[in-house]
Design a binder for this molecule. Structure first.
Ligand code: FSA
Length: 427
């Protein structure tokens, strides 16, 4: 059968799933079905959010992330599905940890990589709080010990939820089908996966199944500890119309160890703030990575509230006591080395494709990641260049050497079971 006539089922209609559906249909596939427990925009997708950072420079040794992010940037700037949702505000990178810290070293590495890649702008180094205030006058707090740099263009933020909606619409327009349902298990044939079973008892048959269920991927399959589901914390405060006006087009303010925030969204005037820390797991049995399962909650730990208010005191003190109108935890899934897991599963003769392991930096790649997943579905791993093939391959042998690779908090990954004090939004 012509591969483009095959029945393709995509499990998970979030960032990777929608991008995959979009690119399969753009490439001429005729029978593409996306299954998710929720309609687009799926409220359990990490992309179900007002903003996500769109970065286009990393440290030089993250070269695959760098080249992909630059390619994705073009998608954010030119692809009609994506560009209406991109805000090229620039990003202010910062740390308060002093010039000997690993945070500062990373920041300088990012800056020098950015400068080396011949962009159409100049980065600005900032050594004291007044330097920051010149560029972002909205920052009225003490910015204690802040140092950093400003990348004025080719980066910013995307309206994440609207991007999911936009991709979903285009998929429908191109003939893709959405099924609202929870996949409870995969259906196995002799040496292939032949479909999936939904929790309502229905089944969907497929020639190929793509698992793009993000942190929930571990519910469907053993990943031999390659994936570790972890969550981070999000809060919103509401600004008045007049307050919000002052923030229009403000760059993303990103402090490596304290967290980040964005200009308020133009409809609800809500400003999203996240504190930075190494994340929380939710181990349901034992503490092997395969056993950390997402738990969705519209609350955040008290410790996260304190860190978010501390960031506000340091940057926007007038809002440090403003009530939260939204609190939630957002799930990602880390591979041991933070490269994605985009490959054929080794045991099922090309019928099972994995497109997961976002590692906390998936969203910005949404305009282009599906292009590579679609190539893998169409032609097999040979269609990926060697670097992608190696970095994204099935690699359980790496699961013993996990990089932690996050700043902030107490430097350790916590577990949700140890949290007794939770904070809710005001109703
Ligand atoms: O552009 C970026 O890579 C920002 S990722 C945002 C974030 O909250 C991380 O700061 C956090 O450490 C985790 O990876 C989830 O995503």
């Amino acid at each position: 059968m012509n591969v483009k006539q095959e029945e393709i089922v995509i499990v998970g209609a979030g960032t990777f799933g929608l991008s995959t559906g979009l690119w399969l249909l753009r490439n001429g596939f005729k029978n593409v079905t996306l299954v998710d427990p929720y309609e687009v925009p799926s409220e359990i997708s990490a992309g179900y959010d007002i903003n996500k950072i769109v970065q286009s420079s990393y440290q030089e040794d993250h070269c695959l992330t760098n080249s992909l992010a630059i390619e994705a940037l073009e998608g954010w700037q030119t692809d009609p599905v994506f560009f209406p949702h991109f805000h090229e505000t620039g990003i202010l990178y910062s740390t308060s940890q002093g010039t000997d810290s690993s945070e500062y070293k990373e920041l300088l590495d990012v800056k020098s990589y950015c400068e080396k890649t011949n962009r159409r702008f100049k980065c600005v180094l900032m050594n004291k709080s007044d330097d920051f205030k010149k560029i972002v006058p909205q920052l009225t707090g003490p910015l204690k010990k802040w140092k950093g740099f400003f990348q004025p263009a080719e980066c910013g933020w995307a309206h994440a939820r609207d991007t999911l909606v936009s991709a979903g619409r285009e998929i429908s327009r191109l003939g893709g089908r959405f099924v609202v349902g929870e996949v409870s298990e995969l259906i196995y044939g002799d040496s292939s996966v032949t479909g999936c079973l939904l929790s309502n008892g229905e089944s969907i048959l497929a020639d190929k199944i793509i698992i793009s269920a993000g942190a929930s991927s571990v519910k469907l399959l053993k990943f031999q500890n390659q994936l570790l589901a972890k969550c981070w914390t999000v809060a919103h405060i509401k600004l008045s119309k007049d307050e919000a006006k002052k923030f229009k087009n403000m760059p993303v303010v990103l402090n490596y160890e304290q967290g980040f925030f964005f200009e308020p969204d133009p409809i609800k005037n809500e400003l999203k703030i996240c504190n930075e820390f190494p994340g929380y797991t939710n181990y349901v049995s034992g503490d092997e990575p395969d056993n950390s399962i997402p738990l969705y909650k519209s609350q955040i730990p008290k410790a996260a509230e304190l860190d978010i208010r501390k960031l506000l005191s340091d940057t926007l003190p007038e809002f440090k006591d403003r009530e939260f109108v939204e609190t939630k935890i957002c799930w990602c899934t880390d591979t041991p080395d933070r490269n994605f897991l985009i490959c054929e599963h080794p045991d099922f003769n090309s019928s099972l494709i994995l497109a997961t392991g976002d590692s906390g930096h998936g969203f910005k790649h949404m305009p282009i990641i599906g292009k590579y997943i679609a190539r893998l579905v169409t032609y097999g791993p040979i269609a990926l260049d060697e670097e992608k093939r190696n970095k994204w391959k099935w690699r359980p042998e790496t699961s013993k050497d996990r990089v932690q690779d996050r700043f902030g908090g107490d430097g350790h990954v916590g577990d949700l079971h140890d949290i007794s004090n939770w904070v809710s939004k005001v109703l």
